[in-house]
Write a protein that binds this ligand. Structure first.
Ligand SMILES: *[C@@H]1O[C@H](CO)[C@@H](O)[C@H](O)[C@H]1NC(C)=O
Ligand SMILES: *[C@@H]1O[C@H](CO)[C@@H](O)[C@H](O)[C@H]1NC(C)=O
Ligand SMILES: *[C@@H]1O[C@H](CO)[C@@H](O)[C@H](O)[C@H]1NC(C)=O
Ligand SMILES: *[C@@H]1O[C@H](CO)[C@@H](O)[C@H](O)[C@H]1NC(C)=O
Ligand SMILES: *[C@@H]1O[C@H](CO)[C@@H](O)[C@H](O)[C@H]1NC(C)=O
Ligand SMILES: *[C@@H]1O[C@H](CO)[C@@H](O)[C@H](O)[C@H]1NC(C)=O
Length: 426
């Protein structure tokens, strides 16, 4: 299997489930960041003739998802500092944060409580409506004629080149979150790491009421992303290896916090590259580390970051203000939606697999190392079937794509799934 098959397998389902970045904030998106290092080389060795390329992607939009675009901007600053040129860095981000009316510091994006601006200089290759799945594929595959809108920049790589891809967003089973487990071969010159394992959520960091400055009502970063980004800031990328970074990032991401929030950072693909130093992928002229002291901080589950944002807005705004009423309304709609999704998915599971099997079948995910789903078309079809009768899963509901994948794995047909959805939701 080739990496493009792997990417297509996972990201196409992503497109169909959510209209990725063109939907409005309340419909956008999923958990999960991953941080992939793609090496394309004929000899597994380090070629001095190669060009380094980077593709940085924030898949979400909306003020409540501030953190994903902040992570991507921070990654850009690291690549620049390590000597990469803009012509080799391709950025996908909706770009609705810096100049959002909700931004207390217009024109500025920060990625840590006392952090400096990470927005300056970030190339606007694909922003707004031009952030599409088709453009992302075309850019990664170097297909200039496949691009619609944007800067037209694509990865024009040769056999000696190195490609680094960083993608941050929400996710779920079959929706970016589990795209490597059981799917990424170890012999195609690709090494990847992910924020969490295929069955757990990842966490947001630097959130309101904990560590974010008072004027911010949204989380500034994500636990895993902050861990690798700050690790790059604190160390010499010219001497730290991928393996060393994996270990320290895994440790920080697993550390307990007041919320007990942690996830298991994972490695996939060709481990023979893990002894390479970071600068093989991140730039040839690493400058000395910026001395940042690592701040210990509290984290919030990815899926709850949107609620934290609304709670904070309610707390800090005047009870008679329009802002207050709007935040209250949004919060109660979101809570009602979550209750609806929890109830209906549970009910559909019971109808299809019976109470007993529901516990053991619908909920049980594949064991470690196996792909979460065999039939991607089935997963897409059942997600659409649910949406048809019960309404969109939306961002929160993506936590159940694992259950829906299990229905596919158990051989449930579309007709059976539709009947259970109709019975539950009409
Ligand atoms: C770099 O390219 C030159 C000319 O094509 C070739 O002779 C040399 O072996 C290459 N070096 C490496 C390290 O691949
Ligand atoms: C941010 O700066 C303030 C004031 O300078 C300081 O009190 C606080 O400890 C800093 N927070 C972090 C996380 O470094
Ligand atoms: C480039 O993208 C276009 C449009 O999606 C597609 O028709 C074409 O086959 C692609 N070319 C290659 C070489 O992948
Ligand atoms: C999308 O790309 C087109 C063509 O480059 C550009 O004119 C347009 O402004 C872009 N849209 C956004 C929202 O950036
Ligand atoms: C995946 O995460 C779950 C939940 O945190 C944990 O119970 C399980 O042991 C983890 N599996 C692996 C392989 O890390
Ligand atoms: C974290 O875990 C400890 C020990 O299991 C528990 O006592 C505590 O209530 C948990 N804290 C939160 C915020 O869930």
């Amino acid at each position: 299997m080739r990496i493009r098959d792997v990417l297509l397998g996972a990201l196409v389902s992503y497109l169909i489930i959510q209209n990725v970045c063109v939907a409005n904030a309340s419909r956008v998106l999923q958990k999960s960041q991953f941080f992939a290092n793609f090496l394309q080389s004929n000899n597994n060795g380090i070629s001095n003739n190669g060009t380094k390329w980077a593709v940085l992607v924030a898949g979400s939009n909306g003020w409540g998802n501030y953190r994903h675009q902040a992570d991507v901007c921070h990654a850009y600053q690291i690549l620049k500092k390590s000597g990469m040129k803009d012509e080799n860095i391709i950025v996908f981000m909706y770009d609705d944060i810096a100049n959002s009316p909700e931004n207390p510091h217009p024109g500025i994006i920060i990625n840590s409580p006392n952090g400096s601006d990470v927005y300056h200089g970030v190339p606007k290759d694909y922003t707004g409506e031009n952030v599409t799945v088709n453009n992302l594929f075309a850019a990664i595959l170097g297909n200039k004629s496949g691009i619609t809108g944007g800067s037209g920049k694509v990865v024009e790589s040769g056999p000696d080149d190195y490609i680094f891809i960083y993608y941050t967003d929400h996710g779920g089973a079959g929706v970016v979150g589990s795209m490597f487990q059981g799917l990424l071969p170890s012999n195609i010159n690709v090494y990847a790491t992910t924020a969490s394992n295929a069955t757990e959520d990842s966490w947001a960091e630097y959130c309101p009421n904990f560590d974010a400055p008072l004027e911010y009502d949204t989380c500034l970063g994500d636990l895993y992303s902050i861990s690798w980004l700050e690790d790059c800031d604190m160390n010499d990328v010219g001497s730290e290896t991928l393996q060393q970074q994996y270990e320290s990032v895994r440790k920080r991401t697993l550390e307990g916090t007041a919320f007990n929030g942690s996830s298991h950072v994972m490695q996939y693909g060709d481990m023979s590259f893990s002894g390479n130093v970071l600068s093989v992928y991140l730039g040839d002229n690493p400058s000395p580390p910026t001395t940042t002291t690592k701040s210990s901080s509290n984290v919030v589950p990815q899926r709850d970051a949107a609620l934290v944002h609304l709670h904070h807005k309610i707390r800090k705004s005047d009870v008679n203000s329009e802002e207050y009423l709007l935040a209250k309304k949004k919060l109660s709609e979101e809570l009602a939606h979550r209750e609806h999704v929890d109830y209906t998915i549970n009910q559909i599971g019971k109808l299809l697999l019976g109470h007993h099997d529901h516990q053991n079948g619908f909920k049980n995910l594949r064991s470690s190392g196996q792909p979460l789903v065999d039939d991607w078309d089935c997963l897409k079809t059942l997600v659409k079937t649910y949406a048809k009768y019960c309404g969109s899963l939306s961002t929160y509901g993506l936590k159940y794509t694992g259950e829906i994948a299990n229905a596919c794995n158990a051989g449930i047909t579309v007709d059976q799934f539709a009947a259970a959805s109709i019975q539950t939701c009409s």
